[in-house]
Design a protein around this ligand. Structure first.
Ligand code: I6G
Length: 686
């Protein structure tokens, strides 16, 4: 086929558009078109390039899919060595850094002058060098030993936010961009989740995942990994090129040429402001989208940088202030098996206490026996513990070269460690369960905690600790016992004053007036969460109808599939459960009964057919209340933004869902507009 001028023009337009959209999405975090539109344009370009291979260029947006595997990586010598940074492990070392800088600059500084610093989060990834010639990406290398690195050009070319050609025309003939390649937390979780499901390689942390992904000889594998680049400096630059005179201005220039820089960076005056920035970002560390291990502070003025120069392999004008490590090594002293509400036995590592990220850790989860097999861990091993954010500390690997000869294999007990009932494992399921049901004190405690929890009966003042005390004191065995508690018995409990005991009894009395949805959820039927319980309540209206429903009738309820139906049927068929329900009704639990809402009625509601997502924090009501109001008006509420979402309710500090909704052109309501919508449809008290 011969190509026409019109098609050639279209190909160039498509490339430019796709590069622009990709830049908006990956670099500016501000997409302007839905993903589906991007995919359509991409496929159109792909089609043309297939029909007219002669128009293919190395920088086409379609060239990010990887190439045939290499036999090995070649070596690249860095024209300008890639340095490392000195570290400051605490505030006084940071203050000391400035003192040394000022000493060296003596005479060059006016007495009162504050030094200006650029502050950048130090991402936990891999340092790389990317060389552009005439605006085209021609080479990428790892840092290696600082003088020589590995040629990873084919891999870096597949990274979505690394431009294959620089934007604009005002770039130097040769430009070496330096930065960190990393995997954001969300991408890391997804990558490991998929690996677990497919028996693939599970990575210990985002840094290892980034390193493993970047050091693939087959760049088609790299192309599938959620890698990103954050640029933080430059190396080689054509001599004749006039660069800005401040580090921060250079970063802005890199951004202008299409490279992502850190949006949390700041410029501050004086070292005390650096200390404050360190504390502020430290406070936000767990909430960031990416892992950081510290903050890099750089003298912002390049002339001063030049005066200070280098020592050994590190610049004198920069320092990395480190946060406490999120990983530490310690000894696995034993493994206990914890019994959950549904009887699932979770292996918990008992560790020699160790400080991790500022907290003493002596327990960590081992998830299940499959995870223990995957780690190859035994009691007596030295293990690596990771504690990131609010999540439970995890055992991420075994230090094999520290393994003593007398380690002991970890085995699932045959009987429940709490009630001695048999432990059962269903083929194909990763978890093993205690078969004791509510006979098992551990399951009883967890079941009662769930029964009293906020989304269930919401018994004010009945927290986890108190439930444990009540069960251990033999005062409660089942849900209904809660409603027979006597003031004098409760008041005798450890740290329970008579007033608190009275408050508890009052809360229990008020909790008796509930809703059918809450009651169903409180029963703790497997796989029946808040939404399914509410759907069952809406669909059937009366408890008795749910108890008597057969499989086909249950399957007609939204959200109820075969597994949930099976759990419901076996729960209501169990005489013990029937008796619990009877007892609860006898002690006075009640809810307003209503005829089920028919499909016609739902279709007639004002928000019928609309799908809402709620994000961020609302100041006037809880998310559950917001959700209930929308559902009462016939709207559906889901957890994630997609093309099916009709409207996003965005409270304070809305994050990625808001960005995605904006990109998809979805209607967005702030809290005031949302309340207005509810009032407009007659919702009272908002
Ligand atoms: O390893 C590094 C991480 C981050 C750096 C760095 C950085 O700036 C934000 N900057 C320099 C100059 C060096 N390494 C050598």
């Amino acid at each position: 086929m011969t190509i026409t001028a019109e098609i050639t023009k279209r190909i160039y337009t498509l490339r430019e558009q796709l590069n622009n959209y990709s830049h908006q999405y990956y670099v500016l975090d501000d997409p302007s078109i839905p993903d589906a539109e991007y995919d359509r344009l991409y496929r159109e370009l792909e089609g043309f390039e297939k029909d007219y291979p002669e128009v293919m260029t190395a920088d086409s947006p379609t060239q990010k899919v990887g190439a045939a595997p290499l036999a090995s990586f070649t070596q690249i010598t860095h024209e300008v060595p890639m340095l490392s940074l000195d570290n400051a492990m605490n505030e006084s070392e940071l203050i000391d850094f400035e003192r040394k800088v000022k000493d060296r600059l003596k005479g060059d500084l006016k007495g009162t002058e504050q030094l200006e610093y650029a502050c950048e989060p130090k991402l936990d990834g891999l340092a790389v060098s990317i060389l552009y010639e005439d605006g085209q990406l021609v080479q990428a290398a790892t840092r290696g030993d600082g003088s020589t690195g590995e040629n990873i050009t084919l891999n870096v070319r597949t990274i979505k936010n690394v431009p294959l050609s620089l934007r604009g025309t005002d770039f130097p003939k040769r430009l070496e961009v330096r930065g960190e390649i990393y995997i954001p937390k969300a991408g890391f979780e997804k990558l490991n989740q998929t690996a677990r499901e497919n028996d693939g390689k599970v990575f210990a942390n985002p840094r290892n995942a980034a390193a493993g992904s970047l050091r693939q000889l087959d760049s088609r594998i790299t192309a599938k990994r959620p890698l990103e680049l954050c640029a933080y400096s430059i190396g080689v630059v054509s001599e004749e090129f006039d660069l800005p005179k401040k580090h921060e201005a250079i970063l802005q220039r890199l951004k202008h040429w299409g490279l992502k820089i850190n949006s949390d960076m700041a410029v501050v005056q004086g070292i005390q402001a650096c200390v404050d920035y360190f504390a502020e970002l430290g406070g936000k560390r767990d909430g960031l989208d990416y892992d950081i291990d510290g903050i890099v502070f750089k003298i912002n003025d390049l002339k001063i940088q030049q005066k200070l120069g280098f020592v050994a392999r590190a610049p004198r004008w920069a320092i990395a202030a480190k946060f406490p490590a999120q990983e530490e090594m310690t000894l696995l002293e034993g493994v206990d098996f914890q019994v959950g509400r549904t009887g699932a036995l979770t292996p918990v590592a008992r560790l020699k206490a160790v400080h991790v990220a500022g907290v003493i850790v002596s327990n960590a989860t081992l998830h299940n026996m499959d995870e223990i097999a995957r780690l190859g861990v035994k009691v007596g091993d030295t293990v690596v513990i990771r504690r990131a954010g609010d999540v439970i500390p995890q055992v991420v690997s075994v230090v094999m070269d520290r393994r003593p000869i007398d380690t002991v294999a970890i085995e699932m007990p045959l009987n429940c460690p709490v009630c001695d009932s048999k432990v059962e494992k269903i083929a194909g399921e990763a978890v093993a369960r205690c078969s004791g049901g509510l006979y098992c004190a551990a399951q009883r405690k967890e079941a009662i905690k769930h029964f009293a929890s906020r989304k269930a009966l919401d018994v004010d003042g009945l927290g986890d600790k108190l439930v444990e005390l009540l069960v251990d004191a033999g005062l409660i065995d089942s849900f209904d016992d809660l409603f027979h508690l006597q003031l004098e018995d409760v008041a005798k409990l450890e740290r329970m004053a008579e007033k608190s005991a009275q408050n508890l009894l009052t809360s229990l009395e008020s909790a008796k007036a509930t809703t059918l949805g809450r009651f169903l959820y409180a029963l703790g039927i497997r796989e029946v969460g808040v939404t399914t319980a509410q759907n069952l309540a809406d669909h059937f209206g009366f408890l008795q109808r749910i108890q008597q429903a057969d499989e086909a009738t249950l399957l007609a309820v939204p959200d109820v599939g075969e597994i949930v139906a099976k759990h419901l049927l076996s729960f209501f068929a169990e005489p013990h459960n029937q008796s619990i329900i009877e007892q609860l009704l006898k002690v006075g639990l009640s809810w307003p009964e209503s005829e089920p809402v028919s499909a016609e009625e739902i279709a007639g509601l004002p928000l019928a057919g609309k799908v809402y997502v709620i994000t961020g924090s609302l100041s006037e009501m809880g998310r559950d209340d917001a959700k209930n109001h929308l559902q009462t008006l016939g709207g559906k509420v889901t957890g994630s933004v997609s093309a099916k979402t009709s409207c996003l309710v965005a409270g304070e500090k809305a994050g990625s869902k808001l960005t995605k909704a904006q990109g998809l052109g979805i209607e967005i309501l702030d809290e005031a507009e949302f309340i207005e919508l509810l009032r407009h449809h007659g919702v009272e008290g908002v």
